[in-house]
Design a binder for this molecule. Structure first.
Ligand code: PLP
Length: 449
């Protein structure tokens, strides 16, 4: 039956009634726009959606009707996710995430979690025992790191050269830390000398830096900073949400005390899980606090037990982890392990270099002038003179089903961003992105300005 045909319900009048409510419901689902007409014989009725709703309501204890949108099937478009994340998820990871779920505390689930832990240790290049995945996006890891290692009133130093430093500063302020910002305009970076000077002044217990500043497209050097932090008895916290798997990072060798990432960028898993690792220095600080962390959900005392990192014989219930998300994360880490980190870094660098050439051939200017400081996963271009970046992005989405984005936070109006990460990191995708940009440059209005 098509939805344009009148729906007919044969109702026995006075006889044994058919299951009327069910029949009405079925009709309503089939055609919510049908109109009611009653045949002279009263044996044939055509029902309208509003009438069905009224009928249902009068027979039901609920006063809010089921929303019409929930009676339609889920529809999602196919998009090329060439923005700063999430990126497209390969079929193998999608398949892992759609496996039948098991209990979050079944032994098989603990095995999956143990595998994830080992996968993260490889991806982070660390032997840290306290290595887990947060049930939540990158922000969950960000908050977990700050909430557990900082107590109210303690001094924290934050490198702000884009949105992420500012975000962590706000998180630290909300939990009562004494926050000191080192600020650069988007794309700027901090020298080790500047960092040490600020550390001497503010005596922080924690220094935060974003490795892959996705809002500006900058890959910040981290060499030597861990040593400075040790010298000043300060923990070194690094955000690699946008850079892990795309640019080299060595947690242990670079003396990074706390490192986190997200699942949805170069790891190509769906959003919603976030790997994080704490070394012994970080554990010493967070497990010898005077006060409890302000978040129960993110309390590492419980989370390290849930992940089997605290040496206790039993894992006890803390929260219900995202089972399907963990399956997908495990698969994404398995793909990274099979491929190898060095191969993954090389590929991102090569494809990024190919993209840079193509962008320059189109007459576009890369936002980060120093090639070695560019983030290989997210490339930023200066907004071409006279163009409206919003119009270009809308055009690209409409005509190429492709996501690229503008800036974020302080880089809004300064850049457009193209992300080619993990599964999406292919020269053929760079060609598609370049083709879409060339088309937008040709067809979007150029102002006289
Ligand atoms: C560098 C960086 N840090 C943190 C985040 C926040 O991650 P999420 O959106 O998964 O919470 C992002 C997200 O784009 C990011 O690029």
């Amino acid at each position: 039956m098509t939805t344009s045909e009148p729906l007919v319900a044969n109702l026995e009048v006075g006889g044994r009634a058919p299951p009327l409510v069910q029949q009405v419901k079925d009709l309503f689902v089939l055609n919510p726009h049908a109109e009611l007409t009653v045949s002279p014989s009263l044996s044939v009725c055509r029902w309208s959606a509003p009438l069905l709703q009224r009928l249902e309501r009068s027979m039901s204890s609920v006063t809010i009707p089921p929303p019409a949108c929930m009676l339609r099937p889920l529809e999602t478009p196919m998009r090329y996710l060439f923005g700063p994340g999430p990126s497209n998820v390969p079929p193998r990871i999608l398949a892992a995430g759609s496996r039948p779920i098991i209990g979050h505390m079944h032994p098989e689930m603990y095995e999956v979690m143990n595998d994830i832990k080992r996968g993260i240790q490889y991806a982070f290049q660390t032997e840290n025992n306290v290595t887990i995945a947060m049930s939540g996006s990158g922000h969950a890891a960000m908050e977990c790191a700050v909430f557990n290692t900082v107590e109210p009133g303690e001094s924290v130093l934050i490198g702000v050269n884009g949105i992420w430093g500012e975000r962590v500063a706000e998180i630290a302020e909300r939990m009562g830390a004494n926050v000191h910002r080192m600020v650069k305009t988007p794309g700027g970076y901090f020298t080790n000398k500047e960092i040490e000077k600020a550390m001497e002044k503010h005596k922080p217990v924690l220094f935060f830096l974003t490795h892959g500043e996705s809002s500006a497209g900058l890959c910040h050097p981290v060499d030597g900073i861990g040593d400075i932090c040790r010298k000043h008895n300060c923990l070194f916290l690094v955000d690699t949400v946008a850079s892990l798997g795309a640019a080299p990072i060595f947690m242990d060798k670079q003396n990074i005390d706390i490192l986190y990432t997200g699942s949805q960028k170069a790891l190509n898993a769906p959003p919603g899980t976030a790997p994080i690792s704490f070394n012994e220095r970080a554990c010493h600080k967070m497990f010898n606090r005077k006060t409890k962390p302000i978040s129960y959900l993110f309390d590492m005392t419980y989370l390290s037990n849930y992940w089997g990192c605290d040496g206790k014989p039993a894992r006890t219930y803390h929260h219900t982890g995202p089972v399907s998300g963990f399956f997908a994360l495990r698969e994404s880490l398995a793909i990274l392990a099979e491929r190898g980190l060095e191969e993954s870094w090389k590929k991102h660098k090569e494809v990024a270099a190919y993209l840079y050439r193509g962008l320059e051939d189109l007459g576009l200017q890369l936002f980060i002038p120093e090639r070695d400081l560019r983030l290989p996963s997210v490339t930023t271009i200066a907004i071409p003179n006279g163009y409206d970046w919003r119009e270009m992005l809308v055009y690209i989405m409409k005509h190429h089903q492709m996501e690229m984005t503008g800036g974020l936070g302080p880089s809004i109006g300064m850049v457009m961003r193209i992300g080619l990460m993990g599964y999406n990191c292919e020269k053929s995708n760079a060609d598609m992105a370049l083709n879409a940009l060339a088309d937008a440059l040709k067809n979007c209005k150029r102002s006289k300005a």
